[in-house]
Design a binder for this molecule. Structure first.
Ligand code: SAH
Ligand code: F3S
Length: 481
């Protein structure tokens, strides 16, 4: 069940875009959400211009950067272990500088520098353009920190260097920050206010990816459905926009359509949709374009109205069901996936049963499930007691995972006997004679290689399945080929 439990991922860089003139070596690792992986590509691009090529060898690096995640305590512990490792390597290579980027940098500010003295550099998510200056300060023997959050920065003018890329799929960020203030979540504090990137720079990046041979993009934001470009800044200021700005504003459905129309042979995915902001016109746009993949990641976190309210999720269970029913009515083949939290403060057995019954109604294709982790500074962290005992959280999480596993199996079985379009992404982990890719619904499909290659769209007859993977035989090139 590789999809079921998302653990903090990590990766070193592997790029084709290194240049001969650059003499310094950057080793960059990313943890956490896709946005962090996308941000690391922006950082690599900024440093590329400052004379750095990326390397996969930690020991030979001049600069080691770790892009960090604060979403749960465990994610922060993982990063702390990596910092210990870098410092051990640094003992043999005193020239090496170590920097912390991203959400932990923002949350802990100068703690790493002043109290713990385990890094040379601390840079928050909106300050990456300041990296060359900060590095110059480090060279002068100073500690360097910039954790200023911005109301405007979208990095729209930076063309990311693709890290860890298969040359087929790429992440394109469309919004930054989040204005939602779910009571458990640290993101609004670490990533600041929500702002949308201008559509022209998004299209520019997508066009460039298409020219380089990419076949699939994922439009990224904490809350993509609230994308809003009106030539202004923050979404909250839209009420003050001029009539002209309002008449020409671009909403998410419009952006999605623009991208899908411009590149009919490129697959478009997006993540994440917050149920309270997802509108019917997004679902209708999805239904009209074959190249927009039929998967909606629609985190609900809990099935209990009382807990949803305490989480400041601004919809009810009934409203969520209406949205799911609309998705199924407009796009019957659409898969829906979830994020779920077990053991939020005050969650009772009855609330937990509500979560299970909500899952039973939706029967998600896959999901990412977590037990509640109290985050300092959040409303839940300040005002609610983390009162569900650890063993109860664990057991409820296990119930949720087991039920998801059952539903994943139910969903994969529905594909048996079908012929489905798959974009080949890589070799299967289990066999070098098989390709691995995903169908439109986001489910992994493996099949015999034959004469096909990475980046091809192939029609595959589905013959077998596990709860996470479809297994089949290639029949012909796909429609998007
Ligand atoms: N809107 C975001 C959500 C980011 S956090 C997105 O684009 O995905 C990803 C998931 O982590 C959340 O949906 C939630 O299920 C989980 N999560 C966030 N804060 C958490 C906490 N304090 N404890 C446990 N899980 C948490
Ligand atoms: Fe976090 Fe809720 Fe935003 S989960 S990222 S505050 S939508």
């Amino acid at each position: 069940m590789e999809k079921i439990i998302e653990e903090e991922k990590q990766g070193t860089s592997l790029v084709k875009e290194n240049s001969r003139e650059n003499s310094k070596k950057l080793y960059i690792e990313s943890y956490g959400c896709q946005m962090n992986f996308s941000d690391s590509e922006i950082v690599a691009s900024i440093l590329h211009k400052d004379g750095y090529n990326t390397t996969q060898e930690l020991a030979e690096a001049d600069l080691v950067l770790v892009n960090t995640c604060s979403i749960r305590d465990k994610a922060e512990q993982t990063v702390r272990k990596r910092l210990e490792k870098y410092n051990a390597v640094k003992r043999d290579n005193p020239r090496m500088k170590v920097g912390v980027l991203g959400c932990m940098a923002e949350r802990l500010k100068n703690k790493f520098l002043e109290e713990e003295k385990i890094v040379d550099l601390v840079v928050g998510p909106d300050a990456y353009k300041d990296l060359p200056n900060l590095l110059a300060e480090v060279e002068d023997g100073k500690d360097a920190i910039n954790v200023v959050l911005s109301k405007e920065e979208t990095y729209g003018d930076i063309s990311p260097v693709r890290l860890l890329s298969n040359g087929v799929s790429a992440l394109v960020s469309i919004t930054r920050g989040c204005d939602n203030m779910c009571t458990f979540c640290v993101v609004p504090f670490t990533r600041g206010r929500e702002r949308s990137r201008d559509p022209q720079s998004i299209m520019g990046e997508v066009n460039d990816l298409w020219e380089k041979g990419y076949k699939e993009i994922t439009l990224l934001g904490q809350n993509v459905d609230s994308y809003l470009w009106y030539g202004g800044g923050l979404k909250k200021d839209y009420k003050d926009a001029s009539d002209m700005q309002k008449a020409t504003a671009v909403h998410f459905a419009g952006l999605l359509e623009m991208v899908a129309k411009a590149h009919p042979k490129m697959r478009i995915r997006f993540s994440t949709s917050n149920p309270q902001d997802m509108t019917l016109d997004v679902i209708e746009t999805m239904s009209q374009y074959e190249n927009i993949c039929k998967n909606i990641h629609l985190p609900v976190q809990s099935g209990s109205d009382r807990i949803l309210k305490a989480m400041n999720r601004l919809h009810t269970r009934a409203e969520y069901f209406t949205l799911v029913d609309n998705i199924k009515r407009i796009i019957p083949e659409c898969s829906i996936s979830q994020d779920m939290i077990a053991g939020f403060p005050s969650e009772t057995e009855e609330d937990h049963q509500d979560t299970l019954s909500l899952m039973e109604h939706v029967k998600y294709a896959f999901g990412f499930m977590f037990s509640y982790s109290e985050r300092p500074g959040t409303v839940a962290g300040r005002k609610m007691e983390d009162d569900v005992p650890e063993d109860v959280k664990k057991r409820r999480l296990q119930d949720i995972i087991a039920l998801q596993q059952k539903h994943s199996r139910y969903r994969t079985e529905q594909h048996l006997g079908e012929i489905e379009e798959v974009l080949i992404e890589k070799e299967s982990k289990k066999s070098d004679s098989q390709w691995s890719g995903r169908n439109s619904q986001g489910i992994t499909v493996v099949f015999t290689k034959k004469h096909y290659k990475v980046g091809d769209y192939v029609k595959v007859k589905i013959e077998d399945c596990t709860s996470a993977t479809l297994i089949g035989s290639p029949v012909a090139y796909g429609n998007l080929q």
